[in-house]
Structure formats: structure tokens, C-alpha cells
Design a protein around this ligand. Sequence first.
Ligand code: ADP
Length: 725
Amino acid sequence: MKTHTWSIKTMAMSRLSIKHILFLIVVIIALPALFIIFKSGIEQRNNAVQDAKRETQKLAEAIVSEQKNLIASTRQLFIALSQLPEVREHRSAELQAVLIDILSLSPQYSKLFIADLSGRVWASSDPLSVDSFVHEKRYFKNALASGLLSSGEYSVESNAVSPSLNFGYPIKDEHGAVTAVLCANLSLAHYRKIFESYRLPKGASVALIDHNGTILARAVEPEKYVGTQSKKEILQYMLEGPDEETSIGTSSIIGDSRIQTYRKLILDGESEPYMYIRAGIPTRVVMGNSDAALLKNLFIYSVVLLLGFILSWVIGKKLIIDRILVLQRSSQRLAAGDLNTRVAHEVGSGELGLLGQTFDEMAAKLATRDEELRASVKNYRDIFHATHDALLVCDEAGRILQVNKAAEEMFGYSRESLLQMTFEELLAGQSPYSFADALDLIGKSLEEGTQQAEWLSKKQNSEVFWCEVAMTPSGDLSKREILAVIRDITDRKEMERMREALLSTISHEMRTPLAAMLGFLEYVIENQVKEAELNEYHQIMYKEGERLNEMVTNFLDMQRLKAKISEYVFIPVEIRPLVEGAVAIFDGPFTKHVIVVDLPENIPPLHGEGALLHQALVNLISNAIKYSPEGSEVVIQARLEDDRAILSVQDHGVGVPAEFQEEIFNLFYRVQSTSTRYVAGTGLGLSLVKEIVQIHQGHIWVESISGQGSTFSLSLPVVTTEQAG
Ligand code: ADP
């Protein structure tokens, strides 16, 4: 659980920036010092309070002992006076002179006098007070009651210079009976002198209070407070409290917090104190020094802390943050593709230096990898585009994602259009070559690996063609994409068709003459045949044999033609000799047609292979003769159209019905009609011509009206000036 909390805290810390972490470290290091400063500050305060307590106690004690001395000396004075014969013998006038003498020597007393038991003053240092009565005064009554020295209270006498505190002392005869009371008025101005002799701490106050609570003397502002009443509750508090006490409380007069002490003074034989001494020092003054020291320490601490922050910031920035920023910037450059970025020389040594070196090594490796990757991508792209097979990358739904040039050429769409399409638009569509079948195949290749199939596809111009498709899962398997390699197999299919056609022709066409020949031979061998009949049979067999021979020769010519395409050497072939050479084969005594050759002068030579062109012309003239009635005209013409020569062979024969005009150029194709049925042929002649024309980058076509005749035309290239040069 603890580890958990700790790790949460560490995680929270790890979100801080380095700048904040540095500050945090400084704060953590600085905290104990702050604690020590506060602790010692508090201790200093406590010591100051203790010192102040002691100070006030000492002050109070000093006044107490001063007061006790005063009491003792007053008592001694009274004892000495009581022994005087003037007192004992009641010699009023003489005693008065003595009292005046004593008073002049003892300025602390403002008046000395003696009263009889009734309280009448019979002798006094102040003649005016003789015969006055003091029987109601506390000091008089208590002196009589206790038989000991007793005190009075604050009093102001009409003729006195300053207020006073009075004392009474009973005079006893030899039997111990009280005969008179000696009295002394202690001048309160005397206390002022006492206080002045003390050096009081700043703000300290000392006060003497009589039993009634009247302030007798005060060190601070005596004029204002002497003679006034101190607060009742304070008097009560002191009365009820112990004889002496020191506490921290609120000053009765000033109202601030102070350390105060009081002492009760009680005369022998009395139960109630005749005087209270209170001394106090404001805590503000007491703690002033320690507070000032604390503030000073805090100030120094703050300055040091601030310096610490600044130093940690400057050092941290220079040695850590700036170097990390360099690393960060380089990382960003690296991420943006700048693989040549290097950082070690900027970072310096230490751990960050090591990091910099590692970064550089990483960048270098990355650069090498990138180069290799680029090379392999280029390779892949080159292969992708250079291959003759169409390559398509598509997803599971058949959407096309990537295509090569061969695909564009094969299907006749631009790359942009292909990338907007699905497989569906490239398929012929009918089952088992529908889009659904293609998606099945894609799915199967994704599940089981490469799948191969022959497919009927469709080009942009709606031409349907055969292709062979190999589908392989491509790249990242999770993407579920496949690479389709598509090869146009029209030629192969054509070859297959041709092979099948050949086989069927062999079985139908070639077998027919063979069967006829064998039939006749068998008949001749098994039967006695007459000479004339035999002759006829021989002729039939010869014809059939010839047809077979022609068929085989044509077929072999065709095969040879296809096999030798690359070996032909194209040279200028003059048209006139070419045409005349072909016509010569048919133009003889056996000729039953009128062969007309109509060639323009100055027609440039053809660019081609003479023997092949001769063969083509021979085939066309042969057909024209075969499919036109005897005696009709066969016209061979030539004309120039741009850089091509148009050679045409025209007849006035059966013609080719419009619906067959395309097909007659296919291998083994023959028009089956009443007009051609009896004309021997192989269906190979025109295929051969077409093949030859294609080898010459030319083309062949027929214009014909059924029953009226046909014109077969060849468009062939003539020698250009460059070729001639
Ligand atoms: P064949 O040996 O049958 O003549 P070809 O390939 O030379 O074979 O001709 C194919 C078919 O074209 C012929 O069977 C014929 O029906 C038609 N044909 C060719 N030339 C002519 C022509 N000059 N006039 C009419 N029909 C022709």
C-alpha cells in the first residue's frame, strides 16, 4: 500500500518540469533551515519571557525590600521616639521641636505627630495639626488594636506638599499599656525618587497600591495615575491570590499583553495587606528582540533561498535544461526526417553527453536504415511499376488502394480513376467471375495464403479478356490487404483456342480429304474398277491430296511465320515488281480470268520483307480468282495515302456477306454458303495474310457487297526518307 502511494507521488513528481524539480529540491534542502530558524526563534522568545519574568520579579523584590527597609527604619524611629522623656512626660512643646528636627533630617516623612488614646494630636511637626483628631484613621485604630506598627492608606492632607501614606505606632508604659500613638506621614514623593533610581526596562511599569486599591506611586506617568483607583477586579485578584504571583496577562491600564508580577506587603499583626506592589513589562518589548532576531534570520534565510533559487535556475538551465533542449530540438528534427542531425558536440560530457552520443549513434543507424529502406522501397516501386503484370493492392472489401502502370495500361483506366474504384468494375461480372466470387477469393487468400485463378476481366472500353490472377496477403496482416498480380492471358487463351480449333480442324477438315482418299482407295483395291472410272477416282484423290497438302503447307507457313517474327529483315520492297511477281503465278495460258494491274508511277517502295508480302498478295489474288466467275476481272491497284501504300485486290465474285466480313480473317474460318460451299479451301489463307500485314504494322480490311464482288485492301508502310537515307 505504501509502495503504491509512493509510486503515485513519484508519478506526480515525474510530471513536473526540470525547472520545477530543481526548485523543489532547493525547497526541500531549505526546509530544515527554516524549521531550525523558527525553532530557535521560539526558544529565544521563551527565554526572553523567562528573562522578563525574572526581571519583573527582581524589580518587585527590590521594591519590596526597599519598602521593608522603610518600614523597619520607621519602626526604629518610632521606638527611639517612644523612649524620649518628652514623649513619656507629655511635654508637648519640646517634643514638637524634636519632631521638626527629625523631619528636617528625614525628607521621606512629610509629617510626624503623636496622638493620645482619644485620637487627639498633642504634638506634631506641623503645629497646625495639633489638636486635630485621628481616632478614625486606620493606622490609629489598628495600632491600638494590634499594639504593633500599623499602616493607613493614601491620603491627601490640606496643607501637605504631596500625598502620603500614614503609619501608626502605639507607645506603651512599663506595664505594656498603650498610652499614645506615634504617627508618621510617609511622603509619596519619596517613591518617585526610589523609582528614578531604578533603570526600568523600556515599557516596564511599577505601581504601589494601598489596601483600598488607590495607586500610591507609579513609575510611569505618576501625575496621571497616582491617587486614582486601580481596577476592582485586579485588587480582588491580588487579594484572593497568593502573596506573590507572576503571570502573563493584560495590563489594566494600557490594555496590552504584558508579563506581570505582584507582591503583597502585610505588617506584623495584620491579616490584610497594607500595600500591593505590581510590576509589568509588555510582551511586545520582551519579545521585540527575539522577534527582530527571528525576522532578521528569516530575511537572511529568504535572501539565501532566493539566491539558491537563482543559482539553481542558472546552473540548472545552463547545465541541464539547455542541454536537454538541445537534445529535444535534435529529436524533433530527427522526427521531422532530418537524419543528419547530430548533437553530442553540443551536449558535452557526463550522463547527458552519453545520451547525446547514444542519440547520434541512433541517428546514424536510422540514417543507414532509412537509406536501405529507401533503396528497397525504390526497388519495390521499380519492380512494382516495371513489371508487365498488372499489380493491384486492395482491401477486404475490394477497394483498390494501389496500382502500377501495367494495371493502368491493362485496364485502360488512369491511376486516379482506378484508386477510386473497386474490383467489381474490372470484372466481366458473370458467375463464376462475379464480384462476390472475387471477394471470396480475397477472403480465402487472407485466410489460407496465395490463391490463383483464371478470370474474365473487363477493360474500360468494355472489352472482356482473360487473365490469370494470383492473390497474396500484402504487408501487415492486420490491415487485411491483398496484392493481386494480374496477367493478361488473351494470347495463351487464343493459342489454346487455336490448338483446340486446330485439333477440331484436323479432325474435321484434314480428315475429310483423307477419308475421301482412303474411301476411294479402298473401293479401287476391293473392286474391279473400269479404266475411265479409275481415272476419275484418281483425279478426285489427287484433288483431295492437294487440298490436304495446301492445308498443311498453309498451316506450317503460319506457324513458321509466327515463330520467325524476330528474324525478318525489313528492307525497301518496290511495289511494281512485287505485284507483277505475284500476278505472274496466275497469268498464263490456263488463266480463265482477266487480271488487270493498275499501279501509279513514282510510288515509293514498301518497308518490309519481300517474300512475306509476295505470299500475302498471292493469297489475295488466289481468293479473288477462286471466288469469282471465270472471265471476270481481277484488278490489282496501289495508291499512296500519307506514308502508307494501299494495295487492293478487287474481284466481281460472290462477295462476303457483311456479318462475316470480320470473321473471315480468323484461323480456319470459312463462309458456309451455297456460293462458296463447292470452292475448295482451308480457312487459313486470309489468317496468313492478316498475320503478315500485322508483322508489317499494317492492317487489312474488306469492302464487299454480297453477290457483286469484294475488294481486299492492305495498308502497309512505305519507306520514309530517314529509312531511305
Ligand atoms: P479458303 O481456303 O476457304 O479460301 P481463306 O482464309 O482464304 O480460306 O478465306 C476464308 C473465307 O473467306 C473463304 O472461305 C471465303 O468464304 C471468303 N473469301 C475469301 N476471299 C474471298 C473473295 N475474294 N470473295 C468472296 N469470298 C472470299
